[in-house]
Write a protein of this length. Structure first.
Lengths: 1021, 541
């Protein structure tokens, strides 16, 4: 900070020796004064000044001065003849950003115009304008090909997938992209302050990503943080206040509905109505409660976010210092994420040929999460069970049902996370066209996890606690040599580099069961307590060599080629090294002579074609070595072989072809970017089952192929562009088709007893029994010998008369559907009529079929923004169509296998079969006969399509002349709705949920969605 | 340009030369094969993990593999135990899974492979470790052959992914032959002479030559090689390292099973230890499923049922299915083991479940608890399981003598057990022993007639078996006793016919085929090995 102030002072001191003629002037961009624009005399060197805070300048002209030049970054240079004027009003025009816009690519930058791969940039305005807590939230729906699904839980991660899932590995992050922040690889970008971001680039195709070799198969997200810009220091203060609420509550049984439900269950089993005290005693105040738990557990959650930054630059020094504080309160009581971030970016030009730079960021998150148990109880605990005792204390566990309020308020699960990222580099220019850039970056991450359950949360009043410290340190040394030269119409550039990376993680865990006191919520072991401790350490190393050549002829014919060779400690001695090449070409059709006729409309058209190979390391750190695990025989320690050696284990390889078209029409008023891709992943890392007779049950192998194919479309338009009014729209669409293209060894597999993994199925395909309807009568389960269902006819007294088929009396042979238990029970009235696909009359495993797929057909976003003078109005919608959701928690809550004190969904109970003749949607409320509801079935699948108003924002820029007097450069105030409206048919909390690999669309006690209203201001000095 | 080329060349050079070293990241908190198999400690811990697998394996399958299938017990509730007791075994049942046994075999195979390469200098000790591995493999295959019949035979360690075998099934005979070879190998390698002497204290919870002799005896009994069984079970053989083997006094009977005493009892030969804390606060289910006072998995059966006509003559005749009485007092008349074996305190009212004329409520077997009632699961925390003890061996010897036609010696061995129980010391009088109401079952020594090695009507063998079922109650012996003596099908069918009052909803399969004595193979075990196709599944109808 000190440096910054010294620099600030220096800037103001800058004064020019007086000469003969004095001129004055004012520099603006048409609206606002430009501060820090450089004004020089063209003819004489070293004479010049910079504009002050009002954009004014004064300059003593030396003799011979004929022209002045005004320059400012991002604007075209202006040259003005002095003549006889002494005062100049200069209006700068901004450089055509679209043509010269730079895009960050792996180990370098490139003109957006020259891109040949599939890269999408998101600007800082888009990230910051969304006013979200995390960067990923702000990116949702904005990039075609990028699917982000998140949760409203403070600090919870999102699942991120670029161009579909390609790995079957269940390791963390096996399907996540690689994150690079300012050249540093980081594990997650959740703790990066959106305010610090200059741009985000999403590298989607192999040609763009393969420079990152064995980690790039899932795409790469490159984040560049803010650098200071030349001029006076820019001091910015942003503040926002957000109030969040649960977006959608769902019905739960009240006291009376619960008692009715118990009695209906009893009726179905032939038992008498319940006489349990809590169901009949109307005098006992404890059981007379009628709690709607969602009202108790969720709240108005206020979130504050404040950010401060100072940025600026001189000729030799660029700096940015940002600090932010976020107090993100969750809508579930007692959940929060308090985050502090500090970032310092400094670049110093030491000599003409040498510059050095430093990127330092610190982040600390203090996070409390809610136990999923509190949300299980939320929907299933009887409404008449007490929350508070008569003395106001929390009620303990009652008949196995935990008190969700006590769970939420007293149970702690805290993460205290410290992250320090540092990157130091120097850049040496030599031989005119060469640059050499060595860098060293370090990531130090420390996570202190602490949970505690006080006595009241445990059935046997045993407290327990866990304390875990996990420290990860990794360093990367990179040395990059680059070359760029333009010879006539030929532009050539090349890059070569060398990278070493090492990472190490140490984890120490303490567990105590039977802690002494509720007031000592840590792992404090004493003699009577059962405790366990362990310390683990793991690590990996990666060494790489990479290079790129680029060629462009007049920007019309473009060529790029990359190659990377990686060596990884994770893989077997025989397969340690891998090579990942890629190449891409671009053809600017619009520059060809024969396209001249289209010019008035077609400003720019470019075809892109790329092909390349990328890799994925989705495995643990030592997946190939023969390993031993600890076991114990009474008190004697033992080691047994636990992992089988596989020296041939290697990475997953993805080959991807990309075909793209970029169009600009009507003077850049319409921009269209379309891509088609085909990704074929082979050698998929997969833990296959092997005969248990070997002593092992599974081993990691490179087996399996997964294909992804898809289209991406982004259209951005400027619909209205006048002096005062501007209206822009944008749409981004993602269509991805996924297919497993090889049979897993050992045949078809099911994950979570539902997701089928087999050749010809997409990842996320749900498999189970299909419910056709519910048998109305016992007699309804009767079919002719061709399995046509017969209609039982009853007389007016309800006595069975006959069977009919197509309105005709049927007296022929009949058959019935049975359930595949040992004694094959016949389905009766109230049971589900399952689809018997093999027509053998027995409902068994062979009748399982596709009942849904969690992966959506199309996802995307749609944005609109209108500015009128100082006002701005923008709306952003995100959407997802065609994905199914399996309501796993609903399925288990309503499977009627649990005891009657597990309350089901009242909407389901209301549509359940009760008496013969009912045409119900759900079966009888009892399960003992044919396990109606226990199996994975279509009964619990719903369409998860939705459209969400992610944000609606109204902002106003206060007039600058008004602010001038109080030395404020600009002030913007805004009001915003976030996630406020969602249009969906999904019946539970929310249709958007984080997926992990192939576990797509599984609703398991999720944290409900929050809807928020937000007020904020951005202040610049 | 020159510099660039030099740089690139230098880089490639760097990359290939010191890269391997840079990439050689070794696990710190995990053990890799390269670091293991060096010292005596490494071998000891590797072998310990085999016992650890015996623990976990017994814990989930014990009752279903052994006594749960016999006529000593009847199930109380769950589907799994129903199927076990009523011969409705499916390949979906957990205990159909043989994974645990093959894990023991895997450790034995690893040990047989690696121990010779270790740096242990004492060759006798080294060989004794190898003997232990052979012993463990023999034990595992002996059980596999008796539980599943035919099964894959794997005698090589799976050292890496290329070594994964997809074995076919071998016949029960081949597996049993491998057990013989392993027992022989163990005798060759083991320190029979006790050279290691005081330096190796006999740990009854692990391998000892005594355990090896006991296993050999058990094996040769199963193989009907009675003389060998007698040879291997000569009392002298059980002396090792000054540790004698002898029956406990009856007053010390409870000590055989208690956590604090079991390992030091002269009668015990091999026990399985249990530690509640190290098992993540889990109790030993093998024991607990029989002794849980509130909801045991099994209930007694055989001693309460009455069968007429009792073809197997296992029990004295009582009125068929009519007796609801508590019969222990009758069966245990004068038997000093009674107070140490069965709950004599609680209960009193008889209860009839739908399945079997059952014991009084809350009557449990409490021998594992030192002859007092186990009130809570907490008390069962550290219960060991006795795998072999001298009483078992003596009764096997009695059976062997009898099969060899040596009634005198057979009775002599039987008498040792009965003497300890405080029963009539001199003469075998069955009516004292099993005073079946109103039935004259008096037998004197002279009543026993030698009728050849496989005499099915051999009354003495039935009495020895009965003695075993009382003496070894809950120790997992009865089911294999029935198979070994060829009586399993007849006795179980009688049991189903005459002992049970079964609800019509309960499925029961009478034994019609020898194959039914063995379990079907767990479906997961079949899925993971295409060479075990479903035609090899023994389908239990």
């Amino acid at each position: 900070m000190k440096t910054v102030f010294i620099l600030l002072a220096l800037l103001f001191v800058a004064d020019i020796q007086s000469q003969t003629l004095k001129i004055t002037g004012n520099v603006t961009d048409g609206k606002e004064a430009i501060i820090g624009a450089t004004v020089t005399v063209k003819e004489i060197k070293n004479v010049g000044t910079v504009t002050n805070i009002d954009g004014n300048f004064t300059l003593q002209l030396p003799e011979g001065a004929k022209n002045i030049e005004i320059t400012y970054i991002g604007y075209d240079k202006k040259t003005i003849a002095i003549g006889k004027n002494t005062h100049f009003k200069v209006v700068m025009t901004s450089t055509n950003q679209n043509l010269e816009e730079l895009v960050v690519i792996g180990y370098g930058t490139m003109k957006k115009r020259d891109l040949t791969g599939a890269i999408t940039s998101i600007s800082s305005e888009e990230i910051n304008g969304s006013k979200t807590s995390t960067v990923l939230e702000a990116m949702q729906g904005k990039v075609a090909g990028l699917v982000i699904q998140g949760s409203s839980e403070p600090g919870a991660g999102s699942s991120v997938m670029i161009r579909g899932a390609s790995s079957l590995s269940t390791e963390d992050g096996a399907n996540s992209p690689l994150y690079i922040v300012d050249g540093m690889e980081v594990a997650s970008i959740d703790n990066i302050n959106p305010n610090d971001i200059a741009s985000v680039e999403v590298l989607k195709d192999a040609a763009s990503a393969s420079i990152y070799g064995s980690k790039s198969a899932n795409g790469v997200i490159l984040i560049t943080t803010v650098q200071g810009k030349e001029g006076t220091p820019k001091i910015a203060v942003n503040y926002s206040f957000r109030n969040s609420n649960i977006a959608h509550k769902i019905p739960a049984m009240n006291r009376q509905q619960g008692i009715d439900y118990v009695n209906m269950r009893n009726y179905a089993t032939g038992a008498m109505p319940s006489t349990a005290i809590e169901n009949v005693d109307t005098y006992n105040p404890v059981f007379m409660q009628d709690n709607y738990l969602q009202d108790l557990l969720f709240r108005n959650a206020p979130t504050h976010k404040v950010d401060l930054s100072v940025a600026g630059a001189t000729n030799t020094l660029k700096y940015y210092v940002g600090a932010g504080y976020l107090n993100d309160q969750g809508i579930q009581i007692n959940t929060y994420n308090k985050q502090m971030t500090v970032r310092s970016n400094v670049d110093y030009t030491a000599t003409k040929n040498l510059s050095i730079g430093s990127r330092i960021s610190l982040a600390r998150s203090d996070r409390r999460t809610a136990s999923s148990r509190s949300r299980i109880e939320l929907l299933t605990r009887p409404a008449n069970y007490p929350i508070y005792e008569l003395d106001g204390s929390y009620s303990p566990v009652i008949w196995g049902r935990a008190n969700p309020m006590a769970e939420a308020m007293l149970g702690a699960a805290d993460n205290d996370i410290y992250d320090i990222n540092m990157n130091q580099f120097l850049e040496l220019k030599f031989l005119k066209h060469f640059k050499f850039k060595p860098s060293i970056s370090t990531v130090l991450s420390n996570n202190l996890y602490n949970d505690f359950n006080p006595a009241i949360l445990d059935l046997s009043f045993l407290r327990n606690s866990t304390n875990q410290t996990s420290t990860t340190f990794s360093w990367t040394n990179e040395n990059v040599l680059s070359y760029a030269q333009t010879i006539g119409n030929h532009s050539i550039s090349a890059m070569a580099g060398l990278s070493y990376q090492k990472s190490n993680t140490k984890i120490t865990t303490l567990n105590v069961t039977g802690n002494v006191s509720d007031n000592l919520p840590i792992s404090y072991s004493y003699m009577q307590a059962k405790s366990s401790t362990n310390s683990r350490e793991t690590g990996n190393a990666l060494a790489s060599l990479f290079g790129r050549v680029s060629y462009s002829y007049l920007g019309r014919y473009l060529f790029n080629a990359n190659i990377r060779r990686d060596g990884s400690s994770r893989f077997g001695l025989n397969n340690r090294y891998g090579t990942f090449p890629s190449a891409s070409v671009g053809w600017r059709l619009s520059d060809e002579k024969f396209m001249k006729f289209a010019k008035p409309v077609l400003e720019d058209a470019k075809f892109r074609l790329s092909y390349g190979k990328t890799g994925n390391q989705g495995a643990s750190n030592f997946p190939w070595q023969g390993m031993y695990n600890l076991s114990v025989y009474a008190t004697d320690p033992g080691f047994y072989p636990s992992q089988l050696e596989n020296k041939n284990l290697s990475w997953e390889t993805t080959q991807q072809t990309n075909l793209g078209l970029d169009l600009k029409l009507f003077k850049s008023r319409v921009e269209i970017i379309a891509d088609y891709y085909k990704k074929q992943t082979s050698d998929v890392l997969f833990r296959i089952s092997i005969p248990e007779t070997s002593g092992f049950s599974s081993v990691y192998r490179n087996i399996g192929n997964v294909d992804n194919e898809g289209y991406e479309l982004a259209i951005n338009t400027v619909n209205i562009q006048t002096k005062n009014l501007q209206w822009k729209t944008g749409i981004a669409l993602t269509f991805n088709q996924n297919m497993i293209s090889s049979v897993p060894p050992g045949g078809r597999l099911y994950s979570n007893d539902m997701y089928v993994i087999d050749k010809g199925f997409a990842l996320g395909t749900m498999f189970g029994y299909k419910a056709l309807n519910i048998f109305s009568y016992n007699e309804s389960n009767n079919y002719d010998m061709n399995w046509n269902q017969l209609t039982p006819i009853f007389d007016e007294r309800g006595v069975f008369v006959e069977y009919q088929l197509n309105g005709q009396t049927y007296t022929g042979e009949r058959q019935q559907k049975k359930y595949a238990t040992a004694d094959g029970k016949v389905f009766a009235g109230g049971d589900v009529n399952w689809d018997d696909i093999n027509k053998d009359g027995v409902i068994d495993d062979n009748d399982r079929q596709i009942i849904g797929n969690g992966a959506p057909d199309v996802t995307g976003g749609f944005s609109n923004s209108i500015t009128y003078k100082g006002f701005s109005l923008s709306a952003f919608f995100s959407f997802s169509f065609g994905g199914d959701i399996y309501k796993r928690s609903v399925a288990s809550n309503n499977a009627w296998t649990l005891s009657s004190i597990t309350r089901g969904d009242p909407r389901i109970v209301a549509q359940s079969w009760v008496a013969p003749g009912d045409n119900a949607k759900y079966p009888i409320l009892y399960d003992s006969k044919v396990e109606n509801t226990r199996q994975t079935s279509s009964l619990w699948i719903e369409d998860g399509s939705y459209i969400r108003l992610k944000n609606l924002k109204i902002g106003y820029d206060l007039p600058t002349n008004l602010l001038k007097h109080i030395h404020i450069k600009s002030l913007n105030v805004y009001c915003m709705l976030q996630d406020y409206f969602t249009w969906t048919n999904y019946s539970m909390f929310d249709p958007e949920m984080a997926a992990s690999g192939y576990n797509y669309g599984m609703d398991l006690n999720m944290y409900p969605r929050a809807k928020s209203i937000l007020f904020g201001l951005n202040l610049n000095f | 340009m020159k510099r660039t080329i030099i740089f690139i060349i230098a880089s490639i050079f760097l990359l290939s030369s010191c890269m391997d070293e840079f990439l050689d990241v070794q696990p710190v908190s995990d053990l890799s094969t390269e670091k293991y198999w060096k010292t005596e400690d490494d071998v000891r811990t590797a072998l310990n993990s085999a016992y650890s697998y015996i623990q976990t394996t017994y814990n989930y399958g014990f009752s279903s593999w052994y006594e749960g299938r016999s006529d000593s017990w009847a199930p109380l509730s769950t589907t799994n135990t129903l199927g076990t007791s009523f011969n409705v075994l499916t390949n979906q049942m957990g205990p159909s899974n043989w994974t645990g046994w093959y894990s023991i075999i895997s450790i034995a195979n690893y040990s047989i492979h690696y121990v010779p390469q270790t740096l242990i200098s004492d060759q006798i000790k080294k060989k004794h470790f190898i003997a232990e591995a052979y012993f463990l493999r023999a034990f595992a295959y002996f059980n596999i052959a008796r539980i599943w019949g035919d099964a894959p035979l794997v005698i090589k360690p799976t050292l890496n992914v290329d070594g994964i075998e997809y074995p076919f099934k071998s016949s029960q005979a081949i597996i049993l032959d491998q057990v013989r070879k392993d027992i022989d190998s163990a005798f060759v390698m083991a320190d029979i002479e006790g050279t290691l002497g005081g330096s190796v204290k006999v740990d009854k919870s692990k391998f000892s030559t005594g355990a090896l002799y006991a296993l050999a005896t058990d094996y040769y009994m199963w193989m009907h090689e009675y003389q060998k069984a007698l040879d291997y079970s000569k009392p002298l053989n059980f002396f090792m390292n000054n540790t004698s083997i002898a029956l406990n006094a009856v007053t010390d009977y409870p000590k055989l099973f208690t956590p604090s005493d079991a390992a030091s009892q002269t009668e015990n030969i091999w026990i399985m230890k249990w530690d509640y804390v190290s098992q993540n606060n889990a109790i030993n289910n093998a024991v607990w499923s029989f002794m849980n006072p509130t909801s045991p998995t099994y209930n007694f059966s055989s001693w309460f049922y009455s069968g007429s006509p009792y073809k197997a003559e296992l029990l004295p005749s009582l009125n068929k299915k009519a007796n609801n009485g508590w019969m222990f007092d009758v069966y245990f008349k004068g038997d000093k083991r009674k107070a140490y074996t069965l709950d004599t305190v609680a209960g009193g009212t008889s209860q009839a479940t739908q399945y079997v004329i059952a014991s009084a409520a809350s009557k449990t077997i409490w021998k594992f608890n030192g002859g007092v009632k186990a009130l809570t699961a907490d008390q069962a925390k550290n219960y060991p399981m006795v795998l072999y003890r001298y009483a078992d061996i003596l009764l096997l010897r009695a059976e062997a003598y009898n099969r060899l036609g040596d009634i005198t010696n057979a009775i002599a061995e039987l008498k040792k057990i009965r003497d300890r129980a405080g029963l009539i010391a001199t003469n075998v009088k069955i009516n004292e022993y099993f005073p079946g109401a109103g039935i004259n079952q008096t037998r004197a020594v002279t009543d026993y007639v030698a009728d050849g090695p496989n005499g099915m009507s051999n009354q003495l063998e039935l009495d020895i078996l009965k003695e075993r079922s009382i003496e070894l109650l809950g120790e997992g012996k009865r089911w294999f006793d029935l198979i070994r003596t060829g009586r399993a099908m007849a006795i179980m069918n009688d049991y189903y016919d005459f002992a049970l009052t079964i609800s019509t909803t309960v499925k029961l399969n009478k034994y019609t085929d020898e194959k039914q004595l063995y379990r079907p193979v767990y479906y997961r075990n079949l899925i993971t090995n295409p060479n075990l196709d479903s035609t090899l599944v023994i389908t239990n109808p």
